[in-house]
Design a binder for this molecule. Structure first.
Ligand SMILES: Cc1ncc(COP(=O)(O)O)c(C=O)c1O
Length: 366
């Protein structure tokens, strides 16, 4: 764990303080991290919760979105986005992604609006900030909530806006592999709405804001050890994001002459924090070949995600979503995506080795 080794003293000090305080749940470390996160990410309220999925569905609950309501999102996101809508009791409406950014296609989202639509849930997929001004304009026109799934996009923004400025809540995940990850599960809701803040604070703690007084609620708390780890780490997020962006540029330059796949697209004016560096092959068969070639050569390449949500088959009771319009881009994304290793601590010689191997495969295609 290179990241831990680099800042071991800072993290160990935080964990030790929690152990010595004896306050593990809803203690001072959680409160301190919430204050720090508010200041860092620039919003009025930051509420630590159990994980990113909970951040999403607790946002829906707090905004009063539930059974009978529809929430629009896109079909090539991670499963948890849709799971959260389903847990809240609403129906997910799956639309296509933009063919370049892989984030929600605003025109497809607007075409899917019905009388039942209550919210749009854009996802900053792979770290590419979604087209929030376009989403906000649709939301304003049709009186909808906007909930940002920011599990992959923390530290992102647009040139003319920051995340949260054009939405009701921003929901993030701190699971270890995220750009800001703790040592287990964790999540956070950012909002400027005091009512949403108060509701989620109660929901996360068995519906209790005052000892012995409860209303309907759940158990979804960010514990103090994880909050301490995040307090140590959040100070480094900017440097880590810069490092991810720098690595993406090295990949781009090294792979520029390859012709058997497309490089990731970065939409001008919308920051890409490169949670993932995803290339797209021309066909599904070629994707399988590239993956195999890389794995045979010791490169930990993966797919995010090879089965679009609507093609998952784990819904014995019937699919909890509605499809709206063509999902052609989402299906192509699922069939052809390959994620190359991406994390801030990658060493120059490792990046060069991966570039070399990908170029070697590309040359075999000519
Ligand atoms: C886009 C997206 N949404 C939601 C989640 C859910 O986060 P968690 O696993 O912390 O529940 C994740 C990651 O796991 C994700 O990548």
């Amino acid at each position: 764990m290179r990241q831990y080794q680099n800042i071991k003293q800072e993290i160990d000090a935080q964990i030790e303080e929690v152990l010595l305080s004896g306050k593990f749940v809803q203690g001072p470390k959680l409160a301190a991290f919430e204050e720090q996160a508010k200041a860092y990410f620039g919003c009025e309220y930051a509420i630590g919760v159990g994980n990113g999925t909970d951040a999403l569905w607790l946002s829906l609950m707090a905004l009063g979105v539930g059974p009978g309501d529809e929430v629009i999102t896109h079909a090539n996101t991670f499963f948890a986005t849709v799971e959260a809508i389903w847990i809240a009791g609403a129906t997910a409406v799956l639309v296509d992604c933009d063919p370049q950014t892989k984030c929600i296609d605003p025109a497809a989202a607007e075409a899917a609006v019905t009388d039942k639509t209550k919210a749009i849930m854009p996802v900053h997929l792979y770290g590419q900030c979604a087209d929030m001004p376009a989403i906000k304009a649709i939301a304003k026109k049709h009186d909808l909530f906007v909930i940002e799934d920011n599990a992959q996009g923390i530290d992102g923004a647009g040139d003319s806006f920051k995340q949260g400025e054009l939405s009701d809540t921003v929901c993030t995940s701190f699971i270890i592999q995220k750009n800001l990850g703790c040592f287990g599960d964790g999540g956070m809701v950012f909002t400027d709405n005091p009512d949403v803040d108060a509701k989620i604070r109660k929901f996360r703690n068995h519906g209790s804001a005052e000892r012995d007084h409860h209303s309907a609620g759940f158990n979804s708390r960010l514990d103090d050890i994880q909050a301490g780890v995040l307090s140590a780490k959040v100070k480094h997020i900017s440097a880590w994001t810069d490092q991810r962006i720098a690595i993406s540029k090295i990949y781009n330059a090294g792979l520029a002459d390859c012709t058997a796949f497309e490089l990731p697209y970065h939409k001008a004016g919308f920051r890409h924090v490169f949670h993932l560096y995803v290339v797209e092959t021309k066909t599904a068969e070629k994707r399988a070949e590239l993956l195999q070639f890389l794995q045979d050569n010791g490169v930990d390449a993966k797919t995010h995600y090879s089965i679009a949500i609507h093609n998952q088959d784990g819904f014995p009771w019937g699919k909890p979503f509605r499809l709206a319009g063509s999902l052609e881009n989402a299906e192509k994304n699922a069939a052809t995506c390959v994620s190359l290793p991406m994390f801030p601590e990658l060493q120059p010689e490792e990046i060069q080795y991966m570039i070399e191997k990908v170029c070697e495969w590309d040359a075999l295609q000519k």
